[in-house]
Design a protein around this ligand. Structure first.
Ligand SMILES: *Cc1c(COP(=O)(O)O)cnc(C)c1O
Length: 468
């Protein structure tokens, strides 16, 4: 390892579908492989950048390279007949409007918003809905800043793809931070605000500051942590190191810490290679120097990271770099997922094998976990109960907090990939949470949490402390 490595600043350059011919590395692919990218990227969002292309993808490995699969669209992400129809148009050099029309038709046939997000999670202030806010779990509010709804590069499996391809009516967008503050002031049960997107760190620091700073003001002492979900440390680590407002961003993180709130970057790392560039490691070090904690999570994706060795290497490296492994997610049931999905039984095996290969320091990680309609459900594993093969499942998060930590059983199914494909085991007619879930769905809301806030101790906090 070199004792010292010098990183040159890099100007961000995004490549989209129209720029495919200007990515020199793509000349390494066969004409058929290149055509597939042109066809599929008309339907599914595609965006990479110069860092991903030049430093993350190993082009000598061709279309099998996991970072290539992670960022470049693949032929089999479309149904064969859809691909064929669209490929015909592309080959014929059909007008772009005709290509776009067919692409839109194919998009609408895919399943954009899973897990009941559209129906159940939009909170209100004075009866007015807050479109950029989701409040699914009592303690944590999810906030989608309207200016943070894109990313430095797109993951091919992303379940949020409708918000990138202009299906505006499906987009969660927020108007302003003020409505968020008003909501939080009325909801003392909330302790954590999680900014998500897209990627909130796509915003300039000056814009992000306008969202975060109001949360540091008096009256919001019950908000004890602020989190930002981001893939910037993996896809554009220059954001924290050499970008013009990188220092400013780090000052913003420090300001959250000075307001005596925990600050965490919920960093999306899919593969250990994303942690193995000098600029990524410099970014982590700078983030950590502000007192921010980096917690790492990613979905399990076939062809990208569906091997125990990859996860074990990644978790070990995350710990070595001072970050905290947090979640392994199961890829959810959106559009192109059949291409990427890993059965739950296999996911649990991969998780266990990887978990067994690391020390306790990396076992802060949980999973494999499905973010499903009733909550985050972890597949503990397979077992046999009185001759019946079952899955043991447990809620890591639930729409009803009393569900959390309660184990339950499903019939073992080697092919099932999502909670809604599982059936109760041991002769039960339905899972324990289903009746209450139905009641929530017909009421269109949760139990009102504000009325039963669990008692919370007011902690003693010291601001500036001096010593001799
Ligand atoms: C995962 C998640 C959270 C955060 O849950 P934690 O257990 O606090 O990390 C909040 N809201 C939604 C909708 C989530 O999916």
């Amino acid at each position: 390892m070199p004792a010292s490595t010098r990183i040159a600043a890099l100007d961000f350059r995004a490549y989209q579908r129209k720029d495919l011919d200007s990515i020199p590395e793509l000349r390494r692919l066969s004409p058929g492989e290149l055509e597939a990218i042109k066809v599929v990227s008309a339907v599914l969002p595609f965006r990479v950048n110069n860092y991903v292309v030049e430093q993350l993808i190993r082009w000598e490995r061709g279309v099998e390279d996991p970072l290539f699969v992670l960022t470049f669209p693949q032929r089999d992400m479309l149904a064969p007949e859809d691909f064929g129809r669209l490929a015909d148009l592309v080959r014929k050099g059909a007008p772009e409007a005709q290509i776009q029309a067919l692409a839109r038709e194919i998009q609408l046939g895919m399943n954009p918003h899973p897990a009941g997000q559209m129906e159940l999670n939009v909170p209100t202030v004075d009866g007015e809905p807050l479109p950029g806010v989701q409040h699914k779990y009592r303690e944590t509010v999810l906030f989608f800043p309207s200016q943070g709804q894109t990313c430095h590069a797109y993951c091919t499996y992303c379940f949020r793809w409708p918000q990138f391809v202009g299906l505006d009516e499906l987009k969660f967008a927020s108007r302003e931070a003020e409505t968020l503050v008003a909501y939080l002031k009325a909801h003392k049960e909330v302790s954590s605000v999680l900014f998500t997107g897209g990627d909130p760190l796509i915003m300039k620091t000056s814009v992000l500051r306008r969202y975060i700073e109001p949360l540091l003001s008096p009256g919001l002492e019950h908000i004890t942590s602020i989190r930002v979900g981001t893939k910037a440390p993996a896809y554009w680590p220059y954001r924290f190191v050499t970008d013009a407002d990188a220092d400013d961003l780090l000052r913003l993180f420090e300001d959250v810490r000075s307001a005596r709130k925990a600050f965490a970057l919920m960093a999306h790392f899919s593969h250990p290679r994303e942690l193995e560039t000098p600029v990524a490691q410099a970014a982590l070090r700078r983030i950590q120097s502000t007192g921010a904690v980096v917690r790492c999570q990613a979905p399990l994706i076939r062809r990208v990271n569906d091997k125990a060795q990859i996860w074990a290497d990644m978790w070990r490296l995350q710990v070595q770099l001072g970050t905290v492994p947090y979640y392994m997610f199961v890829e959810r049931d959106t559009g192109p997922k059949n291409y990427f999905e890993v059965p739950l039984a296999r996911a649990a095996e991969i998780f266990h094998e990887a978990y067994s290969m690391v020390s306790g320091l990396a076992r802060t990680v949980r999973g494999p976990s499905m973010s499903a309609t009733p909550g985050k459900v972890k597949v503990v594993g397979a077992a046999e109960v009185r001759g019946e093969k079952v899955f043991i499942l447990v809620f890591e998060q639930g729409r009803d907090p009393s569900w959390v930590g309660r184990p339950f059983f499903a019939q073992y199914d080697a092919e099932a990939t999502w909670l809604d494909q599982l059936r109760p085991a041991c002769g039960e007619r339905e899972f324990f949470f289903e009746a209450e879930m139905r009641a929530m769905q017909s009421a269109g809301r949760h139990r009102p949490w504000g009325e039963d806030v669990p008692p919370r101790r007011t902690p003693v906090l010291f601001g500036h402390v001096e010593w001799d």
